[in-house]
Design a protein around this ligand. Structure first.
Ligand SMILES: [Zn+2]
Length: 341
C-alpha cells in the first residue's frame, strides 16, 4: 500500500583509501546520502558515461547503465567465514583476479515500455562527490530519457548504492515515479533500534547510515509504495520477489515479456567468483548472513536448473549472464556482448 495509506495495487494481487566525502560514502555502502552541509556547492564534473548497454527482454527495451565502480581495499577481510579465506584466495588466484581488493560494480537496470521507464534501484546519486560513481543521471541523459519519464522505481533495499540516486539535492530525483519496496525493508529502518547483531559489518557508521536512510525515506514519502512478495508491476513486466538476508526486506525481480524472462539478482551476490565458487561464503555487509546464504542457495539452484538469464547489480558491467552448475557449487558465465544483430 502507499504510505499515505491509500491501498494501491499496480497490476496483480499480488574505505578509507578514499579521502574526505568519498570515505563517508563508503561507510554506508551495501549506506548514505550526504547531509546538506556535505553536498559540494560546485557541481561534480562528470564526463559522458559510455557504459550504457542496450538489450532486450522479449518486447521490452532494457538498459544496463553503470553507476560507477568501487574497490573494497579490505579485500578478503570482508568475506566470511574467516576460516575459508585461504580457499577464497585460491579461487581468486585461479581466476587471475586481484588479491589486494575486491571490485564492486554498480549496474542499474532500466526498462522502457512505450515512453515509460522503470529503474531497478538508482545508484549513489549524481550529488555524490566521488567521481567514480553517481553516473546514472548522465547515462539517462545519453539515452534521451527525461527524469519525468521514470514512472516506476524499484528499491531492492535501502543501502546507499541503491537508494541515494532516487534523491537529488534533497528532493526526489524522479518526481513522477512510484517506488516499490517490501514492507520488511521499510519497517527495518524505522525500528527504534534496527538490529544489526547478526551482521559482520563495521558498526561505527551505523547511526549515520540509519539516519540518512530515514531522511531519504522522508524525502520520498509520497512516492514510496509498499509492495507484496509476488506482486507484479510496470505493465505486468516486473514481479517483486522477496529475497531476504542481505537485508530484511531485500528483493530480487523477475522481468518477463512473452516467452523471455530474466532474474535481477540485486545484492544476492557481490562478486563474480567468490559467491559462485561457494554460495555459503558471505560478505560483511549482509545483515543476516545465514538467511542470505539460504536465499542464494535456493535461487542459484533454481536458476541453474532452469538456465535462467540473470542480471547482477554488483557483477562486472553490463551484468548479464547465467548461473551454471560447477561441481556441487556454481559459476557465473557472462553473456557475450551483442551489438544489436
Ligand atoms: Zn549493493
Amino acid at each position: 500500500m502507499r504510505l499515505d495509506d491509500q491501498p494501491h495495487l499496480c497490476v496483480s494481487s499480488s574505505r578509507r583509501e578514499f579521502l574526505g566525502a568519498a570515505a563517508l560514502a563508503l561507510t554506508g555502502i551495501c549506506g548514505s546520502r550526504l547531509s546538506a552541509a556535505q553536498i559540494p556547492t560546485a557541481p561534480v564534473k562528470r564526463p559522458p558515461n559510455p557504459y550504457v548497454y542496450k538489450f532486450n527482454i522479449g518486447g521490452i527495451e532494457a538498459f544496463s547503465i553503470s553507476d560507477g565502480h568501487m574497490l573494497f581495499k579490505k579485500g578478503l577481510d570482508l568475506m566470511w567465514p574467516e576460516a575459508d579465506r585461504p580457499q577464497m584466495k585460491a579461487a581468486l588466484e585461479f581466476n587471475r583476479e586481484r588479491l589486494d581488493a575486491l571490485p564492486l560494480y554498480v549496474n542499474i537496470m532500466g526498462l522502457k515500455i512505450g515512453d515509460e521507464v522503470a529503474l531497478i534501484d538508482a545508484g549513489f546519486g549524481e550529488q555524490n562527490p566521488n567521481p567514480d560513481f553517481g553516473w546514472l543521471a548522465e547515462g539517462l541523459r545519453q539515452l534521451g530519457i527525461k527524469p519525468e519519464q521514470v514512472t516506476t522505481g524499484f528499491l531492492s533495499h535501502a543501502h546507499s548504492d541503491h537508494l541515494d540516486g532516487f534523491v537529488d539535492k534533497g528532493k526526489p530525483a524522479f518526481a513522477k515515479a512510484q517506488i516499490y519496496l517490501l514492507q520488511e525493508e521499510y519497517d527495518f529502518w524505522r525500528e527504534p533500534s534496527p538490529d544489526f547483531s547478526k551482521s559482520k559489518r563495521d558498526k561505527k557508521p551505523l547511526s549515520f547510515m540509519i539516519n540518512t536512510v530515514r531522511d531519504n525515506f522522508e524525502i520520498l514519502k509520497d512516492q514510496l509504495v509498499i509492495a507484496e512478495d509476488g506482486q507484479t508491476c510496470f505493465h505486468g513486466a516486473v514481479t517483486i520477489l522477496a529475497a531476504p538476508g542481505h537485508t530484511d526486506g531485500h528483493a530480487c525481480f523477475e522481468i518477463r515479456s512473452g516467452s523471455e524472462s530474466l532474474i535481477h539478482l540485486s545484492d544476492v551476490v557481490h562478486h563474480h567468483v567468490l559467491m559462485f565458487e561457494n554460495a555459503d561464503w558471505t560478505v560483511a555487509m549482509d545483515h543476516d548472513p545465514e538467511t542470505a546464504v539460504k536465499t542464494r542457495q535456493k535461487l542459484f539452484k533454481e536458476m541453474a536448473n532452469e538456465k535462467t538469464r540473470a542480471f547482477g547489480f554488483h557483477l562486472p558491467w553490463p551484468g548479464l549472464g547465467t548461473v551454471v552448475p560447477k561441481g556441487d557449487q556454481y559459476a557465473w558465465v557472462p553473456e557475450r556482448f551483442s551489438w544489436g544483430s
